[in-house]
Every structure is written in structure tokens, then in C-alpha cells.
Design a protein around this ligand. Structure first.
Ligand SMILES: Nc1ncnc2c1ncn2[C@@H]1O[C@H](COP(=O)(O)OP(=O)(O)O)[C@@H](O)[C@H]1O
Ligand SMILES: [Mg+2]
Length: 324
């Protein structure tokens, strides 16, 4: 057996983290499977504690921020992202990590800053301050093109699909020419059709025909088509802003299955959803935004829906977790 596998170290939070301990289960204990990771977690704990002491208690509600508990280097790391629109402070000092093969749900009340954060990562808005790193290297994302180049694709609420074109045309829209230098000439219709069918099949996306006009598809199929487009172009990260908001129950399930398949294919997914049940069904980790700040960053199986609601609303949770 690998020595690392046998070595488990537990890191206990102290000070203000103890008050949140119960929320993380068993006194806020963070299990790390290797010594190195434990050391990193310890450093994170110290950094997190400093941050907590540094005045995150301002609004007097949730008193400190649970630690990030995912392991390994994240594919995408946002640090200290702030954004203001004139006098409106939409985001303040937001950190977000996303690993490949991970689904992170971004939750929060209306106006919490979820869409703004996604827009910043996808290059349709720029942060007032903060950094974004991909695979450990800082990147400048100033346009959707920059985001694509960094392996990040976004499926927007309005989807940006063309109803009057078929599925194949939508998947290749605006990129036909990009391929020409690679393959010598623009792809043939038959080749585009083949690639479209292959990517849809790999994601178990069922549509009547790749030649169906997108305008004739159901909401779930349209959503799936938009996700298929992201996967076709080799993205590593897919950002989904409220993908199920306009869908019926069966279609919502289709989209959530698709999210799981993206994860199983090794992509990272950021999912914005108002539906906590869905969030718990599919997300590995939850990041709660409240008034533009990260109110919590927790593994899905380590919190209850009530606790998440408390983070979302800023209800006082300090009494819930008294622990020696
Ligand atoms: N383009 C904009 N101009 C001015 N204010 C904006 C703009 N976009 C978002 N905001 C404000 O930023 C805050 C966060 O909004 P948003 O990111 O849309 O929240 P969420 O997606 O969580 O509902 C809100 O107060 C919103 O009114
Ligand atoms: Mg929004």
C-alpha cells in the first residue's frame, strides 16, 4: 500500500472556526488523505483564520468562512475578485476554485453576485480587481475568446443559439473558419455532422436529429445543445447560469444528468441554481455568495439544506455549532 494512503491527518479549526464546527460535521474536522495536503490545509486554515479576523464579520451574520476542502491544484482559481458598477459593489474579494471532475454550485439570493462572477470568468465583464489563474498560471480574460482559449465555456440563460439553424450549424457557428488552417479546408457538412453526432452521443444527449432546427427543440434539448457546443470545442470548464430555470421537471433532470456526465468526462462545472434540491443532487461543493461576498465554501455532503439557507440569508448560525 502506498504510504500516503495510510496516512491520515486531521486538522482542527480553532478560534472563530470552532463556532462553525458543527456545520462541517464532527467539530469541523477536515480529513486530508496525505501529509502534504494536510500541511496545505493547515496553511489554508491559518490564512483563512487571518482573513476571518480581518473583518469578514462586518455584517454580523455568518461569522466566518468555512475552508475549501477540495484536494489538489484547482484548474481554475479566482482570487480576490471585486467588481463595482459605479456605486454598486457587486462582488467583494471573492475566491473561487474549480477542479477538473468537480461540480461547484454557486448559490445565493437574487443580486448576490452570481451572474457577475460567471460573467467575469467568461470574459463578458472584467473585474475591478482580483486575479484568475488557470492551471496555476495567471491569465487575462478580457473577452469570451480569451475564456475559450483558457478552456472555459459558458452556457448563458438565453443560450445564444440560433433558432433558425440546425444543431450542426449551431455547434459550428462562427468556428468553421477556425478549423480551416488545421484541416486544410473548411470542414465538409458530412464531417461536421459526424462530429456533432459523436459529441452528442458521448454526452447521451438525445435529439430528434442533428439536422433539426434548434427552434423546434425542447428547452432541455436546447440547453443540451449549448452544452454540446462547449464540449465539442474542447473546453475544460463549463459555466452554467441557471440552466434549469425555465425547464419542466423531466427536462431539468436531463440537464442535471448532463452536468454529471460532464464531470464524469473530467470537466469542471460551475452551476448556478436557485434549486437547492438540485444543488444537493449534483454538486460536490457549494459556494454561497451573499451580498457579493463568499459566505460559505463547503462540501455538499457536509452541510444541510437549512445551513445553506442560513448562509444564503445571513441568518445567525453561530449558536448552532458550539463545540469544545
Ligand atoms: N450591468 C450592471 N450594471 C449595474 N449593476 C449591475 C449590473 N449587473 C449586475 N449589477 C448589480 O450587481 C449585483 C449582483 O448582480 P448579479 O450578479 O446579477 O446577481 P445574481 O446573479 O446573484 O442575482 C446586483 O446588485 C445587481 O443589481
Ligand atoms: Mg443571476
Amino acid at each position: 500500500m502506498d504510504w500516503k494512503q495510510g496516512f491520515t491527518q486531521e486538522v482542527y479549526y480553532s478560534g472563530s472556526f470552532l463556532r462553525l464546527g458543527g456545520l462541517l460535521g464532527e467539530g469541523g474536522r477536515l480529513r486530508q488523505e496525505s501529509g502534504l495536503q494536510a500541511q496545505r490545509a493547515e496553511e489554508d486554515a491559518m490564512a483563512g483564520q487571518l482573513a476571518a479576523e480581518d473583518g469578514r464579520e462586518q455584517d454580523g451574520a455568518v461569522e466566518s468562512v468555512p475552508l475549501q476542502t477540495s484536494e489538489g491544484r484547482p484548474y481554475l482559481a479566482c482570487r480576490g475578485i471585486s467588481k463595482h458598477f459605479g456605486a454598486v459593489q457587486a462582488l467583494t474579494d471573492v475566491d473561487l476554485d474549480l477542479h477538473l471532475g468537480e461540480v461547484v454550485a454557486l448559490v445565493g439570493d437574487n443580486g448576490a453576485g452570481k451572474s457577475t462572477l460567471v460573467k467575469i470568468i467568461s470574459g463578458t465583464q472584467t473585474a475591478s480587481s482580483g486575479t484568475i489563474s488557470v492551471e496555476g498560471k495567471e491569465v487575462s480574460i478580457r473577452s469570451p475568446h480569451d475564456a475559450s482559449a483558457a478552456g472555459i465555456e459558458t452556457v448563458y440563460q438565453d443560450l445564444a443559439l440560433c433558432d433558425n439553424l440546425d444543431v450542426v450549424a449551431n455547434l459550428f457557428l462562427g468556428r468553421e473558419q477556425l478549423l480551416a488552417p488545421l484541416v486544410g479546408s473548411p470542414l465538409s457538412e458530412a464531417e461536421m455532422e459526424r462530429r456533432t453526432a459523436a459529441v452528442l452521443q458521448s454526452l447521451h444527449i438525445r435529439i430528434p436529429s442533428v439536422r433539426a432546427l434548434v427552434g423546434t427543440l425542447s428547452g432541455g434539448q436546447r440547453q443540451s445543445t449549448a452544452v454540446g457546443r462547449a464540449v465539442l470545442w474542447g473546453s475544460k470548464v463549463v459555466l452554467l447560469d441557471e440552466p434549469t430555470a425555465a425547464l419542466g421537471v423531466a427536462q431539468q433532470r436531463e440537464v442535471l444528468d448532463l452536468v454529471r456526465r460532464l464531470r464524469d468526462q473530467g470537466l469542471g462545472v460551475v452551476l448556478i441554481s436557485h434549486n437547492l434540491q438540485q444543488v444537493f443532487d449534483v454538486a460536490d461543493r457549494l459556494v454561497v455568495l451573499r451580498l457579493g461576498r463568499v459566505a460559505a465554501n463547503v462540501k455538499g455532503r457536509e452541510v444541510s439544506a437549512e445551513e445553506v439557507v442560513a448562509y444564503i440569508t445571513g441568518a445567525n448560525v453561530t449558536g448552532a455549532a458550539a463545540h469544545p
